[in-house]
Design a binder for this molecule. Structure first.
Ligand code: ADP
Ligand code: MG
Length: 314
């Protein structure tokens, strides 16, 4: 199978989006951004052995490569539209490519994302996806914008993927039920696109939680020039994470792909209405304060210091 056979067989699919003038097949794709919209762009690379264990099922790799990028668009309140895919493969393995494409396109179809181009090369397994989305001009959600008094929310539950990694590394043993739940959360994160869209004009700041809540909320605090207190007892945890009795899991382990956002008190009612029927739980975990830094409060009001904050490549 040549490079061109791979593109033709696995990645060139009919595109119905009328914003795509030309997709796969030319040197460039040609995309049409509506005049009243801004183009939100985000890129993320997954490297085998760094971002996922090498033996990960190719369906999950294809799914997750798109999901982590959609998560960035969700945090920006952008509507996903167009993806490009740079794929570096050790070999042209048909079964692997078939499953990878299935995972990728299953999620792409769910959010009406068109694959409009890419690059295919040989080398150590690495997948880069660039996502392009739309926001009404100037209305992108940002990390800056949180103000003292704003409430802090997170979607879903925290720490599941981190727990799955600990189990995969043999550090702990989980019940089959807990293992199934956290593996699903590690391999098939659901990008919070509809929450992000609902937060437009309501959230004062937003970020997706990819490096652990403490690190990512920390980015919001720094960008906004504020601090915060959160109450650990309020953190939304699955039974699997709860059973570990370790706050470092929800605070400092990565790969959650939930949203963390802030909103002023006087928008709470509108916010609750906007998030109703969304199918994704949002939990208030604390409040923005003027004093810089993140304070994690235990039930007895003592402060907890998170062990590590975020994954750093260098
Ligand atoms: P060039 O050599 O001009 O860079 P390529 O031969 O790499 O072009 O790619 C041919 C066409 O296939 C281009 O439109 C490119 O965007 C697309 N393409 C290549 N690899 C992929 C991929 N993995 N997924 C989607 N489209 C791809
Ligand atoms: Mg070319």
């Amino acid at each position: 199978m040549s490079e061109f056979d791979i593109i033709q067989r696995y990645f060139k699919r009919p595109v119905t989006d009328d914003g795509v003038t030309f997709g796969i097949g030319d040197d460039c794709a040609l995309l049409q951004v509506p005049p009243d919209q801004g183009l939100a762009v985000s890129i993320d690379t997954l490297v085998a052995g760094v971002h996922f264990p090498p033996q990960t099922n190719p369906y999950d790799i294809g799914y997750k490569a798109l999901a982590v990028n959609l998560s960035d668009l969700a945090a920006a309140g952008a509507e996903p539209r167009w993806a490009t895919l740079a794929l570096t493969l050790p070999e042209a393995n048909e079964a692997w490519l078939e499953a990878f494409a299935q995972g990728f396109f299953t999620l792409a179809e769910r959010y009406r994302v068109s694959l409009v181009g890419g690059d295919t090369t040989q080398g150590p397994l690495s997948i880069t996806v660039q996502m392009h989305g739309l926001t009404p001009r100037g209305r992108m959600l940002r990390r800056a914008g949180a103000r003292p008094g704003d409430l802090i929310y997170v979607t879903g539950t925290l720490g599941d993927a981190g727990l799955a990694l600990r189990a995969l590394q043999g550090q702990i043993k989980l019940t089959p039920e807990h293992a199934a739940h956290v593996m699903q959360r590690l391999n098939r994160p659901e990008p919070r696109i509809t929450v992000g869209l609902a937060l437009r004009d309501l959230a004062s700041a937003a970020i997706d939680v990819s490096d652990g809540l403490a690190a990512d909320l920390g980015h919001v605090l720094t960008a906004s020039g504020v601090g915060a207190s959160i109450e650990l007892e309020r953190l939304p945890l699955s039974p699997a994470v709860s059973a570990q009795h370790d706050w470092n899991l929800p605070l400092s382990s990565g790969d959650d792909y939930e949203l963390c956002f802030t909103a002023p008190l006087d928008r709470q009612k509108k916010l609750m209405t906007a998030l109703e029927n969304n199918g994704c739980a949002c939990t208030c975990i604390g409040m923005i304060e003027a004093v810089p830094g993140l304070r994690c409060k235990l039930a007895n009001d003592e402060l907890f210091t998170a062990r590590i904050t975020g994954y750093q490549h260098f």
